[in-house]
Design a protein around this ligand. Structure first.
Ligand SMILES: [Zn+2]
Length: 343
């Protein structure tokens, strides 16, 4: 019965026009978040940010569930809160779409994180609006992560990704990890000069689906063919065997500077990522549904992720910046067509 329903949901979804991502609404969220000011974990401003996120979700008929805990950082104990909004699908197996909403703590300057912390939260809020009005074959969970940023100036050790590590730990303990089938992580997508590279830590089939969708939408000037390796909130999920992709533009001149403000970001960049994520979603759902239909509710793949074992020698994205080159002038077309991805 569940198989029939799922096939029906996929068929209906193919017939129903996909609601559009509205970067105007996303931009308004981004503006509101930046207006709150610096929003580091544990601050009154991040509490105010949570209030805004909860209100906006409620306006779309969604309830934000708080996952709160106190975490010990190298400098202090910090109260942290992940926010989880669930949009039920035909099946309870879920795709998590996540992004962080904290901004990095700086005392020497005012850091409002328009792209870094603002764009991901604004993006998720607009996705809530779009996906609430969509017939979803799998459950969609929107996950607003706290504590992505390192508390110390430099990124290192376990002083980062507090929210994602906590979320995965809890999901392992309460058994909810078994129904988590994929993670799409959104981070720093506001850059006016958007160029998103493939992350070699991410799961190849998910990465291919995203980049192939961008190519079909003629957005491959933004989702470029270059690769880089990123440490971010997807690593705890990958380590737990969850297929994950990080969609991030770290080639951002304003990164971790006072210039990461509203002038450095654009609504157009949010629109590009919105179009690609929504365009890729049916392919991701089809891929996962095929696996679910073939295997019932059994968990099929819990392979440990090879790449992660090399983490000790992987330069951190926060400690190390590769020389970055703007490559929009080049058009590369070595992207695998969807037909070769097992779809
Ligand atoms: Zn950051």
């Amino acid at each position: 019965m569940a198989k029939g329903l799922l096939a029906l949901a996929l068929a209906l979804q193919a017939l129903t026009p996909v609601p559009k991502f509205d970067s105007g609404r996303a931009w308004e969220h981004l503006r509101q978040l930046v207006a709150i000011g610096p929003r580091p974990s544990g601050s009154p401003a991040i509490e105010q940010t949570r209030k805004y996120i909860k209100e906006q979700l409620a306006a779309n008929g969604l309830t934000a569930v708080e996952q709160a805990w106190d975490d010990q950082t190298p400098i202090d104990k910090v109260h942290m809160v992940n926010l989880v909004a669930t949009i039920p699908g035909v099946r309870k197996e879920r795709i998590v779409i996540a992004g962080h909403y904290d901004t990095k703590l700086y005392r020497q300057f005012r850091f409002v994180g328009a792209s870094d912390g603002g764009s991901s939260a604004a993006f998720l809020l607009e996705l809530a609006h779009v996906l609430k009005g969509r017939k979803n074959p799998l459950t969609i969970e929107l996950l607003f992560l706290d504590g992505e940023e390192a508390r110390l100036p430099e990124w290192g050790g376990t002083d980062n990704t507090y929210g994602s590590r906590h979320y995965v730990d809890v999901a392992k303990r309460d058994g909810s990890l078994a129904s988590l089938k994929a993670l799409l992580l959104i981070d720093m997508i506001g850059d006016r000069d958007l160029d998103i590279r493939r992350d070699t830590n991410s799961t190849p089939w998910l990465t291919n689906v995203i980049w192939e969708t961008a190519r079909r939408q003629n957005l491959d000037d933004y989702f470029i063919a270059d690769s880089t390796r990123i440490e971010d909130d997807h690593l705890p999920f990958l380590a737990a065997g969850i297929p994950s992709v990080d969609i991030i533009d770290l080639d951002y001149e304003a990164w971790h500077t006072p210039k990461d403000n509203i002038d450095a970001v654009s609504a157009r960049s949010l629109q590009v990522v919105g179009d690609v994520v929504l365009g890729a979603l049916p392919h991701i759902e089809a891929h996962l549904s095929k696996t679910l239909i073939l295997t019932g509710r059994r968990i099929v793949s819990r392979r440990p992720y090879k790449v992660l074992k090399a983490n000790a020698i992987v330069p951190s994205r926060k400690r190390f910046r590769q020389p970055m080159f703007k490559t929009k002038h080049f058009r590369q077309s070595n992207v695998t067509p969807l037909t070769e991805l097992g779809h």
